[in-house]
Design a protein around this ligand. Structure first.
Ligand SMILES: Cc1cc2nc3c(=O)[nH]c(=O)nc-3n(C[C@H](O)[C@H](O)[C@H](O)COP(=O)(O)OP(=O)(O)OC[C@H]3O[C@@H](n4cnc5c(N)ncnc54)[C@H](O)[C@@H]3O)c2cc1C
Length: 475
C-alpha cells in the first residue's frame, strides 16, 4: 500500500490518492465526482436508501480500459471499491474509505442475429438488452425489472419468468470478460477458464468486475406465440378470499407446466381505500385459449377483474416500472421452499401479519407486500451444473418492505422476518433456501445449496480472489 495506514484517516487519504491518480488515466467520457459536485446527487441515487453511505468519490467509467485501470489502482493502494450498475441491491454502496465504480454509462448492447447471442456491457440494464433483442426477433431469459443491472441479475443466479422454457438467466451465459483481483482482463468461456464459467453462473460478483457478458439468445418463436407476445393477467381479490385463491393456485404452481409462472401478492389496494387485496399475477407462454384453460380454476373464483392482455417481449417488464423507482426505504427478502405451501391457514396468517404491520406504520408503508412466486421448472438435468443451486425450489416466498419514514426500519424488518417465518416454519431445517440476489446475511449453505457446490466455489475463490477484493464472501 502506498502511503496509507489502517487508520480511518489513512483509508480516507488512500481513497483520495486513488481518485487523484485516476483523473489523468481515464477516458474522456468518464467522470469522477465527489459530494461537492452537482452531479453527485444523481449518480448517488439508489433503488433503496436503506444502508446508503457516502463514498470518497464516484468514478463513472465509460470503457473497459477505465474499469481495468480503476480496479488496478484501487488494489495497488489497498482501497476498497464496489461496482454499481442498476443500483437495485443493498451492496453497491460504500463509505468515505472507498469508491463506487459506477458502470451506468458503460452500457453497450450488441445483438448478433446470426449467432443468436446478445453481449451486454457491465453497466447495461435489462431494458437496454430486451428492446434490441426483440427487434432482432430474439429473446433471452432476463429478470422482471427494466432498470435492474443485466449483469448483476444474471451472474447472481437470475430468477426469471422464462425459466421453464429458457432456464435461469445464468443458464444463458455463454462467456464473460472480467477484471480479476490481480487486475488482469480475462475471457471466461467453455474453452477459456471454464472453471470460472461455473462460478460466474450464480456467484459472479465474487470473482471479478464483469465488463461484458454474452448470452445465448433464442428465436421469439420459443415463446409459443406467432408475434412474440406473452399472456398476462393481474386479477385482484379481497384479502379475505386468500384461502380460496391459494387452494386454486397451489396445484397449478406445483404442476410441471413449463409455460406458466405466477405470483400471489398481498398488498394494499392501489385505489387508496385502505383495503388489503390479494393479487394473482399470472403469466403464460402460449395462446390466450391455453392460458385461460390452464388458469381456469383461478378465473372461476371471480376476481374483481380478470384483466388479461398480451404483451410483447420488449415490454414484458413495463408494468413493474413503478416498483423500480429510486428512493424511499425498500428491501426484499426471500426464502425458497421445496413444496408449494397451499394451506389456507398459512396465508390467512400472512394477511394478518401484513395488516398489523401496516396498521402500526401507517399509509407511508402501504406499498409493502408479501408474495408467493413460482416459475416454470423445465426438465431436470437440462441445464449445466453451475453455482446456481436452487433447482429444487418449488416456490419462493418474498417479503418486500417499502416505507418513506426512516423510523419504520425496525418494524419493517420484524415484519419481514415474521412473514418468511410463517411459511418456512412448516419445513425441516435445511429444506429452506435463500437467494443471494436478494439477501446476503443468510447462512451461506442456503445460498449455495447442493452437494459439493459451496466447496467448489470456495476453492475457486481462494484461487482467484484470496484477499477478498470482491468481498470476503466464500473465503
Ligand atoms: C425491483 C426489483 C426487481 C428485481 N427482479 C429480479 C428478478 O426478476 N430476478 C432476479 O434474479 N433478481 C431480481 N432482483 C434482484 C436483483 O437482481 C439484484 O438486486 C441485483 O443484484 C441488482 O443488480 P443491480 O445492478 O441493479 O444492482 P447493483 O446494486 O448496482 O449491483 C448489485 C451487485 O452486483 C455488483 N455488480 C454490479 N455490476 C457488476 C459488474 N458488472 N461486475 C461485477 N459486479 C457487479 C454490485 O457491486 C452489487 O454487489 C430484483 C430487484 C429489485 C429491486
Amino acid at each position: 500500500m502506498s502511503g496509507t495506514s489502517n487508520t480511518t484517516e489513512g483509508l480516507y487519504a488512500a481513497a483520495k490518492n486513488v481518485v487523484a491518480d485516476l483523473a489523468s488515466k481515464l477516458s474522456s467520457n468518464s467522470k469522477i465526482v465527489t459530494e461537492q459536485d452537482a452531479e453527485f446527487k444523481v449518480l448517488h441515487e439508489r433503488w433503496t436508501n436503506i444502508g446508503k453511505k457516502t463514498p470518497a468519490a464516484i468514478v463513472a467509467v465509460a470503457t473497459e480500459a477505465d474499469v481495468q485501470e480503476t480496479v488496478k489502482l484501487c488494489v495497488a493502494h489497498g482501497v476498497e471499491f464496489v461496482p454499481k450498475s442498476g443500483g437495485h441491491s443493498l451492496w453497491s454502496t460504500i463509505g468515505a474509505e472507498g469508491i463506487i465504480i459506477d458502470l451506468t454509462a458503460f452500457n453497450a448492447v450488441v445483438v448478433d442475429k446470426e449467432a443468436r447471442t446478445v453481449t451486454v456491457s457491465g453497466g447495461s440494464q435489462i431494458k437496454d438488452a430486451v428492446a434490441p433483442l426483440y427487434k432482432a426477433g430474439l429473446c433471452a431469459p432476463f429478470g422482471t425489472a427494466n432498470t435492474v443491472g443485466s449483469v448483476a441479475q444474471a451472474v447472481n443466479g437470475g430468477l426469471t419468468i422464462f425459466s421453464g422454457i429458457l432456464g435461469q438467466t445464468s443458464d444463458a451465459i455463454l462467456s464473460a470478460r472480467l477484471v480479476t483481483a490481480a487486475g488482469d482482463l480475462i475471457t471466461v468461456s467453455a474453452t477459456s477458464h471454464p472453471e470460472l464459467l461455473y462460478a460466474i453462473k450464480g456467484a459472479g460478483t465474487y470473482f471479478g468486475l464483469i465488463t461484458s457478458l454474452t448470452f445465448r439468445a433464442s428465436p421469439l418463436s420459443v415463446l409459443n406465440s406467432p408475434d412474440g407476445t406473452i399472456w398476462k393477467t393481474a386479477a385482484p381479490f379481497p384479502a379475505a378470499r386468500i384461502g380460496e385463491l391459494i387452494s386454486a393456485l397451489a396445484p397449478l404452481a406445483a404442476s410441471p407446466e413449463p409455460r406458466a409462472a405466477g405470483a400471489m401478492v398481498i398488498t394494499k389496494s392501489p385505489h387508496g381505500d385502505g383495503s388489503t387485496i390479494v393479487l394473482a399475477s399470472l403469466i403464460f407462454f402460449g395462446s390466450s385459449e391455453d392460458a385461460n384453460a390452464h388458469f381456469a380454476p383461478v378465473k372461476a373464483l371471480g376476481p374483481f377483474v380478470w384483466g388479461e392482455k398480451r404483451v410483447s417481449y420488449a415490454n414484458i417488464n413495463d408494468d413493474f416500472d413503478p416498483f423500480c423507482v429510486t428512493g424511499g426505504f425498500k428491501r426484499h427478502i426471500v426464502a425458497g421452499v421445496p413444496r408449494v405451501p397451499g394451506e389456507p391457514a398459512v396465508w390467512e396468517a400472512e394477511v394478518k401479519a401484513y395488516e398489523s404491520f401496516i396498521e402500526k406504520e401507517g399509509a407511508q408503508a402501504a406499498r409493502s407486500m408479501a408474495c408467493l412466486m413460482y416459475v416454470g421448472k423445465g426438465e431436470a438435468g437440462r441445464w449445466e451444473e453451475s453455482a446456481y443451486g436452487h433447482r429444487n425450489v418449488a416456490a419462493w416466498i418474498e417479503a418486500v418492505c417499502w416505507y418513506t419514514e426512516e423510523k419504520s426500519y425496525e418494524a419493517a424488518w420484524e415484519w419481514q422476518v415474521e412473514a418468511l417465518r410463517i411459511v418456512t416454519e412448516r419445513y425441516e431445517v435445511g429444506e429452506t433456501e435463500t437467494f443471494q440476489n436478494s439477501q446476503r446475511e443468510t447462512p451461506i449453505e442456503s445460498r449455495f445449496p447442493g452437494e459439493g457446490r459451496l466447496e467448489k466455489l470456495k476453492t475457486l475463490k481462494r484461487e482467484w480472489d484470496p484477499k477478498g477484493v470482491f468481498t470476503d464472501v466464500l473465503l
